[in-house]
Design a protein around this ligand. Structure first.
Ligand code: MN
Ligand code: MN
Length: 417
């Protein structure tokens, strides 16, 4: 047994959590007392050692309690997996604005990048394309989108809140805000290094092509082209467009409209899974044929948790667009980190790493799970354990039969069921 001096030393060093484990291993503490002991060790350690008398930023600390006072289950260095759009530079133009969170802002986000864009009524994100694929989610208002498909046939449609679109690489497109108040949307690109400010823009291209070549290309006089912009427009203000049917008719011309639907009417379909604690809508190449980016649109009600799970096939890029939550990413080798999320935050989880997302607020938590893959794939802890011989599971986790039998038999997505 330990003498008084040794106990004092342990207490002073604040290493009781570790020593409790050692004591339990040595048979001094019973296993069932260990958890309670660790809890009280942690509380002591928090009270004494977690004090922060120097300068702090109270507002940011309060918004990030799990970073400021890590949970006892957090440990080790886990690469930061959160970046708020509020930190991103906002590029203002007449007609709207744009801001982006890429690998340059959030180092871990290698496979996907996001852009938050606002367009006024009539405001245009100018005709352009890029090397990455563009997946989009409407957050507010209405927009008219246009593109031509790989055969040159036109696509023109209007989209509203919760609806999606997808433009493959190299497909030229535009977005315009409609009355009464334009739109706001999230764009997700399948390249962490993407930049919305380095795309092929119609105006930029023309400004960097010799005017005589442009004139020859169009078979018109150079004089007729004299008013073309001398630099890129990117976003600009113009009039709200006329009726959709008329835009469709003139854009289609003799070729006719594209047979491809580049938009997805999310709310015309039931949720993929719904429990009393929330729901998920999975949208991938199974139901949105053109898309090579897959998505889960998740709602977790107060008190609910997006269950412990992982994704075998791709990294996950997240955008939180309502409510408050926390997420722990278990990063192997005893490392885990919990971070807090709220509206406007981007999250990221590397392929195969386990995680959960818990609603910590009193309103619905809503977020996008995005993947650079045509097909959505996840595995849940519950379905794994339910489909493994029960004796084997019990031997690992020291669960009795009644508890084992009570575990969900399949993926629930959002618990409690
Ligand atoms: Mn684009
Ligand atoms: Mn996930």
């Amino acid at each position: 047994m330990h003498d008084e001096n040794e106990k004092d030393t342990l207490t002073r060093r604040g290493f009781l959590g570790v020593s409790s484990v050692a004591l339990a291993a040595a048979g001094v503490l019973s296993v069932d007392k260990l958890a309670a002991q660790q809890q009280s060790d942690y509380k002591q350690k928090s009270d004494r050692s977690a004090s922060d008398p120097g300068p702090t930023n109270p507002a940011i600390d309060a918004a990030n309690p799990d970073s400021n006072t890590p949970l006892p289950t957090d440990a080790g260095g886990v690469q930061t997996f959160k970046y708020p759009f509020s930190f991103a530079h906002k590029r203002f133009q007449e007609g709207g604005w744009s801001r982006e969170v890429t690998q340059r802002e959030l180092a871990v986000s290698k496979t996907l990048a996001g852009v938050d864009m606002r367009l006024t009524a009539g405001g245009v994100r100018e005709l352009h394309w890029h090397t990455a694929a563009e997946w989009a989610f409407m957050l507010y208002g209405t927009a008219r989108i246009t593109c031509i498909d790989a055969e040159g046939k036109s696509f023109v449609t209007d989209v509203k809140e919760n609806e999606l679109w997808f433009f493959p690489p190299g497909i030229p497109h535009s977005i315009q805000g409609l009355a009464p108040d334009g739109c706001e949307f999230i764009l997700v690109f399948d390249d962490g290094n993407f930049s919305e400010y380095e795309t092929v823009l119609l105006s930029d291209w023309m400004a960097h092509t010799p005017p005589d070549v442009v004139a020859k290309n169009f078979g018109v006089s150079q004089k007729a082209l004299a008013n073309m912009p001398k630099k890129e427009l990117f976003i600009f203000q113009t009039d709200v467009p006329g009726p959709l049917e008329e835009d469709r008719r003139v854009a289609a011309g003799k070729l006719g409209p594209s047979p491809i639907d580049f938009a997805f009417r999310t709310m015309q379909y039931p949720p993929t899974k719904r429990t009393k604690s929330g729901e998920v809508r999975i949208i991938d190449a199974n139901n949105f044929k053109i898309s090579t980016t897959s998505a889960a649109i998740v709602t977790v009600k107060p008190g609910g948790v997006r269950e412990l799970h992982w994704h075998p096939n791709a990294d996950e890029w997240q955008y939180f667009y309502a409510g408050k939550g926390r997420m722990t990413v278990f990063a192997t080798g005893g490392r885990a980190r919990t971070m807090d999320f709220e509206t406007g935050d981007v999250g990221y989880i590397q392929k195969t790493l386990p995680h959960y997302v818990e609603n910590t607020g009193n309103t619905d938590l809503k977020f996008l799970e995005m993947f650079k893959s045509s097909y959505y794939q996840d595995l849940a802890l519950s379905e794994w354990l339910a489909h493994t011989p029960p004796e084997l599971v019990a031997a690992h986790l020291h669960l009795d039969r009644a508890t084992l039998d009570a575990l969900p038999r399949e993926k629930t997505v959002v618990m409690p069921e």
